[in-house]
Structure formats: structure tokens, C-alpha cells
Write a protein that binds this ligand. Structure first.
Ligand code: ZN
Length: 740
């Protein structure tokens, strides 16, 4: 039998080979899992997740029809699966391979006519790249539960590395002054936005490093809490690489110890002096504590945005490449003596001048601060490309400038991974990634570690797309950009993602994968996925305010194609969830952004969740980004469940997280990169998104539901009112289905 199309591939990230066969394996009422892998935490997890999702318990035993065996010939992370009508055999090389294989097994289980079945098949799988990671700030205490759910989600995507930025965000027992000064500095600087940037980063004439005040919520975790996060990751075969910023980005060190600052007159120094022995005494104390807590195999030593170079009397007469080489060598040797490898941001090693004459990385250049008109001269550091030890792995995050930078790294004998990896922007993946010098990639988040902010800034979809690129060897299809796309000398600036003409395979496959990935972030199966789920589409006819075409708050829309997409019963089914849009002239609910629009729906009874089929129709809406990460600014409506006892709960509807853009294809444009909302209907030009809101009080009787544009009433709990400049358009709701 031929392999299904990649869009319909039942396993995501895509396996290396999937060969369906005739027949199926029916999971009997009493099945046993056996073999060397049966008595492992991975198998325990598989059995628990199978039971939660399908209500079927499988025991471990000496004999059974589900065999899980170790095969030493299989390389790290690889596994093989054979399913026939008689039985299932999973073979794995390492325990990570076991986890991935069991995840694949779970993904293949389907419900058919009341039975649980696995399609007969032969599957071979192995990773394309060994390093598949993301970058995170240390989370705040409040978001530790999210961090742990995120780890499961990452492991499900076969990601195996978290670069965790430590900064002043972990308790330092020998240097509590670091934590104290970090807290007061983060409070002063505030979360990143334009004002915050002026308060610190642009407060002096010279350019300064970004602050990362969201790290650990502007506070710090105890060493026990951090060790617990590292353990949780390790249990999912995720290596946590501490990022201990050094040389640059060192507010956390220099504020507590101004005597090591390179620029003595700066009230917020970001760079330590690499000629001052005291700098290293402090840094190595910090490293010792980090090493004790993380037990790392490698440490990321930062070194990006090194702006303040050679200004103190001790450094002034030294060459700048020499300063950089001496600093990195000293730290790398310290780590090496402890059996630990080093990686660093590689920008200062680069000698690159763009087609437009713009100078980047480690090239000599003159910089004029636009606010102060202060002129600074940045000395060249690229010579360090030749002098540094090749054992230091480079995080190459200037990949979007030109392919020639990759070539320079390879030619000079470096190993690297793509840093700040952006799946939607990476040009020519199939042409650039095969070199063995490229170990993989790392997708960065430079925002608060929370579900809301990751959602609205599009992080989740980048993880989903990027994981497939790093795992799957189908490198032409896994990139959302066409492979022939030239690696140009374009800037990587915000909003310049190249648009693609069609709807690429990679985006369509990701869209299909999202529904079954949601549960890992939710901490368990969604009510709509459960075996006993019953669906109750809500009649919207009486409360509908708009037709399928019309104007919403001044902006025209047309969803007429939705009518032809409906089956005979007037239904639309998406991943097992039925939606029944209202018929007649008034068929949808429109909520004009920040207007007094408000719709009240009567509802009697209980519900485990509500699934909204809706879209954002607001042409001027601003996508979330590093520069606009305040979730209140991206709240476009508020939904409310009111219970019979008048208690109520609220859902702020967040662009890109719970709702996406109507006039776009999923993933192709910003504001259409939703997660966990997923595209449930599309005519190729317009998309409606399904978002399942789990009711936190499933036994409580509900009286009514409000859909509120939020212009008049504000959220009681969060104080949020949709705000920002008055904008046209708003939210369109096409259907709502209750899950009982
Ligand atoms: Zn100095």
C-alpha cells in the first residue's frame, strides 16, 4: 500500500518511512505490554495516557501482544514499529527512542465502531538532526505548572533540548546580593515595551543590552525548584542547557558588583570587564552553583549583544578580538576541566557586510543612537573566528542574512546550530541544513514563559513547524517555504516573513496535527477527545446579528462559502467536533472591537467544555511580538460563563492564541498562527478557528453565556478591557458546540 500524503500522515513529526498494510490490530479488552521496555517510566506514561484518552487500561506482563524490545543496532532516538492483526512490536535503541515510539503508537490508536484499533503498518523512524531545542527564560513561580506541561508538549514534538536562561533568576546561595539587585532592577525596568526600553536600554548615549525583565517574573526560583524543573525535563529526555550569560547581558552580575563593570559611569552596567580578575571570581562562583543544580553536559555562555568593548583603562589598549578570545577561552577551559562543553551566541565572530552596505556582527562599524545622536564606534571582533577553540559550539542566529555565513562557519571548522530558528522564515532549509557541521536548531522565546504570551506571540506554531523540520528528513517538504527560495541578504526584521503563494504542505500538516497536540499543553485529553464525549450544538439563530456576508464594525466580510461546506444536516465536522451554523439571513454573531456589542445565550445544564468556531476580522489588528507582548493589548473580546448561582468565569479571547484571522490561511500570515485554536474550516482564503474552552466547573449548572466585545464592561477578574486605538472590525462567531 502506498504511503499517505504528508498532509494526511497519521504521525507528526513525520516518520522516516511509513508503510501501511492491509488489516488492523484490534485492541482487546485484556491486553498486555511485555518486553524489556514494558517496565519503564516511558511505558507507565504510555499506559496512563492511553487510559486517560480512551478509557482502556493495559497491564504490563511477561507475555502479551504488545511487545516493546530494545534493539542495540538502532541509533539514539530511533525506533521501529510493526503492527499486524496478530500483534504489535516496538523496537527502540535508547529510552528517548522508546518514548517517541510509544507516542507514535498512541497517535495511531483510533476508535472504530466502538473498538480501539491500530492500522497494520511498518514504520521506521529516526531524527534528522541531533539538537532540537527551544530557548526559554527561567519561568516565574506562578508559571511552573505551565513549564512542566510545556515539557511534555516539547517531548511529544521530539524536541530534546531546552536552553534555559538563568540570569539572576535562580537563587545564588553564595551571592544572595545578585538575586536582590536583580529583583529591584527588574522592577525598575519592567516588562519589555517601548517605555521600558527607554528606561534602561536606551537611557544612555551608547547602546545597551536588552533587559529580559520577564525572566523568573522579575524574581528568582530556589535551587530546589530549578533542580525539580531539570529533573522533570530529564524524565522526558530533554536536556536542559543552562544559559549563563557572561561578558555581555550581565546586568545581573554588574548591578550587584559595580566594581567589575566595564563602564564605571553607567548606573545600569551590562558588561563586565574581561581584564578584571574579579569578574571571573564572581562568574565562576555563579557557574559552580549552576553546575551543582543542573549537572549539565554543556553550558551556553551567552555573549550576544556585546556592545561595550574596550572602554575601561585596562582594556583600552588590547585588541578586541583578543579580549573576546581570552574571555571565551577562560570560561570554556573552566567548564572543560569539569567535563562540560560550551556553546555561545556566534554573532561577534562574523565578518559580514550586507548587499546594502549594512555592517553586522563582528565587523567594525559606527553606530548612531537615534535618540541621543551619540556616536559610538564598535571595534571588529571577527578575528576571533580564527583564534577561538573549535570545541565551542556556535549558536548561529544571523542565518537570515545570508547563506555565506553558514559557509564561513563550515570552512573554518565550526560546529553550529541555528539559533532563534524561525520555521516560517528560514530560507533554503533543504540546501543549507544537510552539512554535518549543522547540529540542528533552537527556537527562541524572548517573552514571559506563559501560555497566554506564547500563544499571542506565535511561539507554539513555530515549535510545531520547527520540530518537524528538525526531526523529519523530508527536508524539502518540512519547510513552509519552497526549497528553491534563495538565501538572500534580507534583514530578519519583524513582519518580513516571506509570503508563499500556495498553502504549503508543512502548514497543512501542522494544522492537522494541532488538535491532537493540544492535550499535552492542557495537561490531559480535551473533553471533545474523550470516548464518552457528547456534543450539543447551540442554536444561534435567535441571537445572530449578522449574515454570512455583510459589514462588521465598518469592515466587509464574506463567509458565504461556509454554506456550501456544510453537509446535508447543515453540519460541519472538524476533528470529531460537529458545528451547526445558524441558517437564514442572520447566521453569525458579530462583536465590533471595543464596542458595546454583547450577546446573551441562554444555556441550561452542565457542560465539560464549549468549542467556539470563530475568527478575527480586524484588518488593523497588531500581531503580538517581542515588542508587543502585553496580552491585554491583544484581547479582542471576552466570553463569560455565568452559572445558576451567579458565579462566573471569563475567557479573554486572545489573537493568535484562541482566535485567528479570518482572511488568511492558517500559518501563512501572522494573526493566523493560532495554538491551541485550530483551523476547523477554510475555503482556501478564509479560515474559521475552533477553540475549546474547558469549563473549570463541569458539575455546576450554567444559566447563560455572554459574548462581549468588551467596550463597556470590563473583565472583573483581570481588569482587562479590550483597548488600543479604536479599530474597525472585530470578532465573528459562526457556531458554538457544548461538549457534555
Ligand atoms: Zn575592561
Amino acid at each position: 500500500m502506498p504511503e499517505p500524503s504528508l498532509v494526511k500522515m497519521p504521525v507528526y513529526p513525520w516518520p522516516r518511512r511509513y508503510g501501511p498494510r492491509a488489516g488492523q490490530f484490534v485492541l482487546g479488552a485484556r491486553e498486555h505490554v511485555c518486553g524489556a521496555g514494558a517496565a519503564t517510566p516511558e511505558a507507565d506514561r504510555f499506559r496512563a495516557e492511553l487510559e486517560a484518552l480512551h478509557g482502556r487500561r493495559i497491564a504490563a506482563a511477561r507475555e502479551g501482544r504488545l511487545a516493546v524490545r530494545r534493539a542495540r543496532r538502532l541509533a539514539a532516538d530511533a525506533y521501529e514499529l510493526d503492527v499486524s492483526a496478530q500483534g504489535v512490536e516496538l523496537r527502540y535503541g535508547t529510552r528517548a527512542g522508546l518514548l517517541y515510539g510509544l507516542d507514535t503508537l498512541l497517535a495511531l490508536v483510533a476508535r472504530r465502531n466502538g473498538r480501539l484499533v491500530l492500522p497494520a503498518c511498518q514504520l521506521v523512524d529516526a531524527p534528522y538532526k541531533p539538537l532540537r531545542g527551544i530557548h526559554l527564560y527561567m519561568p516565574s513561580r506562578e508559571h511552573i505548572p505551565f513549564f512542566k506541561r510545556l515539557l511534555r508538549f516539547l517531548a511529544r514534538l521530539r524536541l530534546n533540548t531546552v536552553f534555559l536562561e538563568v540570569g539572576g533568576g535562580m537563587e545564588f546561595k553564595r551571592h544572595p546580593e545578585i538575586n536582590r539587585s536583580w529583583e529591584s532592577f527588574a522592577r525598575f525596568a519592567g516588562p519589555y515595551n517601548e517605555q521600558a526600553s527607554r528606561r534602561v536600554q536606551q537611557s544612555r548615549g551608547f547602546w545597551k543590552d536588552s533587559v529580559h525583565a520577564e525572566l523568573a517574573g522579575g524574581s528568582y526560583l530556589t535551587q530546589a525548584e530549578v533542580a525539580d524543573l531539570v529533573r522533570a525535563a530529564r524524565a522526558l529526555h530533554i536536556e536542559v542547557v543552562p544559559e549563563v550569560q557572561s561578558l555581555s547581558h550581565c546586568y545581573y552580575l554588574c548591578l550587584a558588583h559595580p566594581e567589575i563593570a566595564e563602564r564605571a559611569e553607567d548606573p545600569f552596567p551590562d558588561t563586565y570587564c574581561p581584564s578584571n580578575p574579579k569578574s571571573y571570581r564572581l562568574l565562576f562562583d555563579v557557574l559552580d552553583e549552576v553546575i551543582r543544580v543542573f549537572r549539565p553536559r554543556q553550558v551556553h555562555i551567552g555573549h550576544d549583544e556585546w556592545y561595550t568593548i574596550g572602554v575601561c583603562p585596562r582594556c583600552r589598549n588590547k585588541s578586541d578580538a583578543e579580549l573576546l578570545t581570552a574571555d571565551v577561552t577562560r570560561i570554556a577551559r573552566y567548564l572543560e576541566r569539569r567535563g562540560i562543553g560550551t556553546c555561545m551566541w556566534g554573532d561577534k565572530l562574523l565578518n559580514f557586510i550586507g548587499d546594502n552596505g549594512q555592517r553586522y556582527g563582528g565587523v567594525r562599524r559606527k553606530i548612531v543612537n537615534p535618540l541621543s545622536e551619540f556616536v559610538e564606534r564598535r571595534p571588529p571582533t571577527f578575528e576571533a573566528m580564527r583564534t577561538l577553540s573549535r570545541s565551542v559550539v556556535q549558536a548561529h542566529w544571523y542565518y537570515s542574512l545570508s547563506r555565506t555565513i553558514d559557509d564561513a562557519l563550515v570552512r573554518n571548522g565550526w560546529r553550529f546550530f541555528y539559533g532563534n530558528f524561525s520555521a516560517a522564515r528560514f530560507q533554503n532549509w533543504a540546501g543549507r541544513s544537510p552539512t554535518p557541521a549543522c547540529l540542528g536548531g533552537e527556537m527562541s522565546t524572548w517573552v514571559e514563559v506563559s501560555e497566554r504570551v506564547f500563544g499571542l506571540t506565535g511561539m507554539f506554531l513555530n515549535f510545531v513547524l520547527g520540530a518537524n523540520m528538525l526531526w523529519s528528513d523530508r527536508i524539502r517538504e518540512s519547510s513552509p517555504l519552497p526549497p528553491e527560495r534563495r538565501a538572500g541578504a534580507s534583514d530578519s526584521g519583524e513582519g518580513r516573513a516571506p509570503r508563499t503563494a500556495g498553502w504549503p504542505t508543512a502548514h497543512r500538516a501542522a494544522a492537522g496535527a494541532v488538535p491532537s497536540l493540544r492535550r499535552h499543553l492542557a495537561g490531559g485529553p480535551l473533553p471533545s477527545e474523550m470516548r464518552r464525549a457528547r456534543f450539543r450544538p447551540l442554536p444561534l439563530g435567535r441571537v445572530a446579528t449578522h449574515g454570512l456576508t455583510g459589514r462588521l464594525n465598518g469592515v466587509r466580510f464574506n463567509m458565504e462559502a461556509l454554506r456550501s461546506g456544510l453537509g446535508k444536516a447543515g453540519r460541519l465536522a472538524a476533528h470529531g467536533i460537529p458545528f451547526v451554523p445558524a441558517r437564514g439571513g442572520k447566521a453569525t454573531i458579530g462583536l465590533g472591537y471595543a464596542t458595546a456589542d454583547r450577546v446573551r445565550l441562554g444555556y441550561r445544564g452542565t457542560a465539560r467544555s464549549f468549542v467556539f468556531l470563530h475568527a478575527l476580522h480586524m484588518p488593523d489588528a497588531v500581531p503580538g511580538s517581542y515588542r508587543s507582548q502585553d496580552w491585554e493589548n491583544h484581547t479582542v473580546a471576552i466570553y463569560r460563563i455565568v452559572y445558576e448561582d451567579r458565579y462566573f468565569v471569563e475567557l479573554p479571547v486572545l489573537s493568535e492564541h484562541t482566535i485567528g484571522r479570518l482572511d488568511a490561511r492558517y500559518g501563512n500570515e501572522r494573526l493566523a498562527r493560532t495554538f491551541p485554536a485550530f483551523p476547523a474550516w477554510s475555503d482556501g482564503r478564509r479560515t474559521l478557528y475552533a477553540f475549546e474552552w474547558v469549563n473549570p466547573h463541569p458539575a455546576r449548572h450554567i444559566a447563560r453565556i455572554y459574548l462581549d466585545a468588551g467596550g463597556v464592561t470590563r473583565s472583573i477578574f483581570t481588569g482587562v478591557t479590550p483597548r488600543g486605538p479604536a479599530q474597525k472590525g472585530g470578532v465573528l462567531v459562526a457556531a458554538i458546540t457544548a461538549v457534555l
